[in-house]
Design a protein around this ligand. Structure first.
Ligand SMILES: O=C(O)C(=O)C[C@]1(C(=O)O)C=C[C@@H](O)C=C1
Length: 350
């Protein structure tokens, strides 16, 4: 026992040393982050990350650490420096920004995010008593705000955009909907009428600690300068510029399909009659990973997830591929099964 205790104390010393080193690494990452913030550069640099991961794997090989563990450790320290860099305030030219729907989960996230960057944030909300920022109406925002963010559910976004359209405001206007088809026409009409409008989709939820390392789609609906103006507001994130019509076909896979897989997985578990406790006790590696994702998905905003399944017209095809693939899996011969598995592996490699 005494021997084990002594060995554990040695490990404790090493663990503290590792944390000290990670802290030193964070401090350097912070300085790099400050330089990036000043230059409005993205936090994540994938080419550098590849070099860093390789460095860990190579050093691990010399030190007797498996490549898998070295990769996980590399990812953990890189993710940590991305979060550190994400907390660094980015000083943009301060703007008067009104978040319509500022009491919703993403509305609150955006309000805090913009306020944290020194912008003057106001909100247009149905329940002013619960607002955390000064409240104004959409009409007032059209007269006074420099940026109007439509962060309402898809069901009300068109009416809000119509009111903004009618005002002919000169403000930068964008929505943050997960599905763009229902608003594509009005956004195009607004741009056609010379308004400063684009469409943004932060590819993360309201629990994100910062925009660093997270994808933000900034879609062009006919006014390219609006895309650049909106991109600056999200500087530090990984900005993906695309034409608006390309958003929903891709979102059908990165949102619709991946949600459907996880919802169906949870549904199958509910139908199984087994308890979570029982299956977790016998879990395999794949089951454990899948449960972690599906469990998180099952706790998300159901109304939003319903809209993502139903409002994107491209979803049917994406989820249709899933339904076909699952039903065919049950009858495929061995050879075809192996071919399809190989085709899947090749798709990821490409
Ligand atoms: O080299 C940088 O630019 C860093 O910010 C450091 C670092 C790292 O932790 O190694 C972090 C984030 C980048 O994506 C790449 C590398």
């Amino acid at each position: 026992m005494a021997e084990l205790d002594a060995l554990r104390m040695q490990l404790a010393d090493i663990d503290r040393g590792i944390m000290e080193l990670v802290g030193k690494r964070n401090a350097i990452a912070k300085i790099i982050g400050e330089r990036k913030a000043a230059a409005h550069e993205e936090v994540v640099v994938p080419s550098v990350e590849t070099v860093v991961v390789k460095r860990y794997v190579d050093a691990g090989a010399t030190a007797g650490v498996s490549a898998a563990a070295a990769t996980r450790i590399a990812r953990a320290v890189i993710d940590e420096s991305v979060e550190v860099q994400g907390q660094i305030p980015r000083h943009a030219e301060p703007k008067k920004i009104c978040v319509v729907g500022g009491n919703g989960a993403m509305g609150r996230w955006l309000s805090a995010f913009f306020a944290g960057r020194g912008h003057a944030v106001s909100v247009a909300v149905l329940d002013p008593a619960n607002a955390k920022y000064p409240v104004m109406t959409v009409a007032e925002a059209c007269n006074t705000a420099e940026v109007i963010v439509v962060s309402t559910p898809v069901t009300t976004a068109t009416a809000v955009l119509a009111e903004i359209f009618a005002s002919k405001t000169s403000a930068l206007v964008f929505d943050i909907l997960s599905v763009k088809s229902p608003v594509a026409e009005i956004l195009g009409n607004m741009a056609g009428a010379g308004m400063n409008v684009c469409s943004v989709h932060p590819m993360f939820g309201p629990s994100a600690p910062s925009v660093a390392g997270r994808n933000v789609v900034v879609a062009d609906c006919g006014c390219p300068p609006a895309v650049e103006e909106a991109a600056v507001l999200f500087s530090g994130g990984t900005i993906l510029r695309m034409p608006l019509e390309e958003h929903d076909p891709a979102a059908a896979y990165v949102l619709g399909l991946s949600h459907a897989v996880n919802l169906a997985f949870s549904e199958a578990l509910v139908r199984s009659g087994f308890s979570a406790e029982m299956l977790n006790a016998v879990s395999s590696t794949t089951f454990r990973k899948q449960v972690a994702v599906s469990r998180e998905v099952s706790g998300e905003n159901a109304a939003l997830y319903y809209a993502i399944q139903r409002e994107n017209p491209y979803n049917d095809a994406a989820v249709g591929h899933l339904a076909d693939a699952v039903s065919e899996l049950r009858t495929l011969g061995k050879e075809e099964f192996c071919e399809r598995m190989a085709a899947g592996a090749a798709w990821y490699q490409a």
